[in-house]
Write a protein that binds this ligand. Sequence first.
Ligand SMILES: [Zn+2]
Length: 140
Amino acid sequence: MDAETEHSASSLLSLNMTDHLYPDHDFSSTADNLWHYGIDQDVPCFSLCTVSSARVDPGQLLDDPDAFESQEKVSSLQEAIRSGEPLPPVYLLHTVSSSHEYYLFEGMHRFTASHREQAEMLAWLAHIGCCGGPAPTERA
Ligand SMILES: [Zn+2]
């Protein structure tokens, strides 16, 4: 797969396909987020891309210093980034209309670690109503 084809509708994958490529233990949570946009997990809407963490809405960063376990997890991910170990992709929503280009769907620890290291992240971008992806629908 070509990780650079950010906006190629022909290569969009469904959530089920992304999970097949990179099994994610937060799959059900991501599926739930997607469902709220009216997108089922077998609808192709994701492309794989390398994204600068600075382009993602920082409102989703872990900022609770008392969340000890989470901070530990972020620290160990920072270690992994520094040693050049590839992290599994996070899930981002491509937002064409807001101040930041991407909004985090899933992967707060990986996002926070990448942001602290000013590193790029491997990410599945959800294109909902953009880039040839499906239009969002209201769930009744
Ligand atoms: Zn898009």
